[in-house]
Design a protein around this ligand. Sequence first.
Ligand code: PBG
Length: 357
Amino acid sequence: MAVKFGRPLERKIGFVPAEADATEIQRNPLDLTVRMRRNRRAEWARRMVREHVLTTDNLIWPLFIRDGDNARTPVPSMPGVERLSVDQAVREAERAANLTIPCIALFPYTDPGLRDETGSEALNPDNLVCRAIRAIKKEVPDIGILCDVALDPFTSHGHDGLLRDGVILNDETVAVLVRQALVQAEAGCDIIAPSDMMDGRVGAIRKALDRNDFTDVSIMSYAAKYASAFYGPFRDAVGSSKTLTGDKRTYQMDPGNTDEALREVALDVEEGADMIMVKPGMPYLDIVQRVKETFAMPTFAYQVSGEYAMLMAAAQNNWLDGERAMMESLIAFKRAGCDGVLTYFAPRVAEKLKSSG
Ligand code: PBG
């Protein structure tokens, strides 16, 4: 197609007004004072009026940690994602820091032999997550480290809390989560991220951190976390999908609710959360928008494993332009009001932003 001054000269193929109509339109154009397309007509103009931009500062990169040395295991339901031994996680943390990704999130794949009814390995100061925190802090001191507080990677039944007679116990679980948070803070974790959805856990963790001289350790609460099918691939990655008995609907939120999300967030803010998170991400952007508007808190969303898997699967089939869909999905989070996104795409996005910046 011929191009003149950066504009294509449309060829007369397909539907074009008949010669007579064309002359008529020229003589008598639509009487429009406002033509929205003026602001879209060139890349410079589109850039000038763009309301939201994505930067690497908006990214938190979740990593899966496994035992061993110099080892990487692909997660089949998450193409491009691997479980990393601690030394490999250190390398990826270095890569993240070089890409100016501000923060990484660590999730352990706990050896099945170390899982038990009460998730006791969560309290082992030398567990996989704690070893990874220490190794990364030593080699890459300037990157933020966020850790989940919840028992599911450690329990034989795959639940986030203590289970008795088929019921997840709230207050007993909170007592354990407090100890898990302290163990992680002691290892050097910067941001404690309770993902368990027990009532009162944020306040209890805040109090315990403060009493133990961890006043500088932040809390990002998974404040509005829904009982979602989109967590499936994550459970493969941490090895809890086969072990999970039942579902998590007695503690995670019902997907039909939105006012309830505001109550959850209000409680966590009151209890001392520094930052709040909505999860999953893309199917819940209405929640992000209400939360940001209502609380004006630093607000994050988790673009969860299932969202990542869907985009990757479609891209691998050439059903979507994967790169563009990835970038579009992330700007959608910004537009809805997110300050940042936990996303498995983080390094790819950061690389792309770097090469286009
Ligand atoms: C653990 C936890 C889950 C995720 C983050 N922390 C799974 C769950 O609640 O079952 C999901 C993350 C993802 O799907 O990428 N409580």
